[in-house]
Design a protein around this ligand. Structure first.
Ligand SMILES: C[S@@+](CC[C@H](N)C(=O)[O-])C[C@H]1O[C@@H](n2cnc3c(N)ncnc32)[C@H](O)[C@@H]1O
Length: 378
């Protein structure tokens, strides 16, 4: 049922209920009353804590950054330590180290023992074992600066530092300096181990003869696929400046007799016709819709009939926004200035538009590592 509002536009009953609920929850008088009622008080307290966590989130991230920068996981790896010990190991004055250690303990990175020494908490102990995580935290200084003026960032954001950190996405000709390529490839390779693990846990490649990984970087995903499927032929396509470490990796891992690389740019070159499955791991989210549409059309052309495409990358939650997809990868991709975090539905739409059929979203166990959408060429 729709009712007229004072401006003359008609509001649905749902919208009127929403306006009433929003005014009520935002009213100080209601908040004070709710704080005295048993169930409402517990909801209000939880909401208050959640809001405060959001308010303080940027300080939490910087405690995490300091925890990593001061190598605290390493200093605490073998034994708990006193503040004086940590202070002398890091060059941080003891009273300041106490503030950091207390903060890290509150966040689960460290714990404070009854003898006053500090140890690694479960999260802090896990961190060094997660491939690429410390490097990822370290490179956040760049995004942090880009977000330091969020009003300007969301309004315009035309001059972001992160875009310079990942210059390859601008390379229309695939023209990228070797040293620059090495810096980003290393970070990508470290973190790709997790992505490969997650993707392969939810994929069956037993029927695939040759897997072409487009934008495959230094070959971590292909090498992991090759190790998991001894019959699989591997082919990597990436910018010429990027592929040399992939060939070296295949050699090191004893995969060279069934692995090949092609240097080129998917913006200007056709994709090699060699595979019955093409994967795009963390590639689409770097690019605008037009580039993605063009790339998927090239992938469609390169596949035989019945061939398969796999898109694996962190995704927006779409209709159900998620913290990793929408409150991290969304702004991150916007700071890159060329791409965006898309939902599985948006990716499915782009795949269908490129001619793919049987488009399916694959549910992964750790969507903050990667989501996945697969489709077939008819
Ligand atoms: C975000 S990285 C992902 C690398 C790897 N798939 C992973 O998940 O670690 C994007 C990759 O796409 C490659 N790439 C970017 N533009 C490209 C282009 N025009 N042609 C081919 N590869 C490109 C980059 O060199 C880079 O290796």
């Amino acid at each position: 049922m729709a009712l007229a509002d004072p401006q003359g536009t008609r509001k649905s009953l749902k919208d009127r209920f929403y306006a009433w609920r929003t005014a009520l929850v935002g009213s100080r008088a209601f908040q004070q009353k709710a704080a005295r009622l048993p169930i409402a008080a517990s909801i209000a307290r939880k909401d208050g804590e959640a809001l405060f966590d959001l308010v303080a989130g940027f300080a939490h991230s910087q405690i995490l950054m300091a925890f990593v920068e001061f190598d605290l996981p390493d200093h605490l790896r073998v034994q708990p330590r006193t503040l004086a010990d940590l202070a002398s190991r890091t060059g941080v004055p003891e009273p300041r180290m106490k503030v950091l250690a207390q903060g890290a303990a509150a966040l689960g990175l460290m714990t404070r023992q009854s003898d006053g020494r500090y140890a690694l908490g479960r999260l802090g102990a896990a961190l060094p074992g997660i491939p690429g995580l410390s490097q990822m935290i370290r490179h956040h200084d760049v995004l942090y600066r880009d977000l330091s003026d969020p009003v300007a960032f969301f309004r315009d954001g035309s001059d972001t530092e992160l875009a310079g950190f990942w210059p390859y996405v601008f390379g229309a000709s695939g023209d990228v300096d070797q040293d620059v390529a090495a810096t980003y490839s290393e970070l990508m390779a470290d973190s790709q181990t997790l992505v490969a693990e997650e993707a392969l846990a939810h994929l069956d490649l037993s029927d695939t003869r040759t897997l072409l990984d487009v934008g495959g970087g230094t070959g971590v995903f292909l090498a992991a696929a090759g190790q998991a499927y001894p019959h699989l032929n591997l082919h990597l396509f990436d910018l010429p400046a990027v592929i040399a470490p992939a060939a070296a990796r295949f050699e090191r891992e004893g995969l060279s007799d069934r692995a090949d690389t092609t240097g080129g740019s998917f913006r200007t070159d056709a994709l090699p016709i060699c595979a019955d499955t093409i994967s795009l791991v963390r590639v689409l989210y770097d690019h605008a819709d037009e580039t993605v549409a063009m790339l998927l059309t090239k992938a469609h052309a390169a596949l035989p009939s019945g061939g398969r495409i796999i898109v694996a990358e962190p995704m927006s939650g779409g209709g159900t926004p998620t913290r990793p997809g929408d409150a991290y990868f969304g702004p991150y991709c916007m700071a890159m200035r060329t791409g965006k975090a898309r939902s599985a539905n948006e990716i499915s739409g782009l795949l269908a538009q490129a001619g793919f059929r049987d488009v399916k979203t694959v549910k992964t166990g750790r969507p903050f590592v990667t989501g996945m959408v697969c489709a077939c060429k008819a």
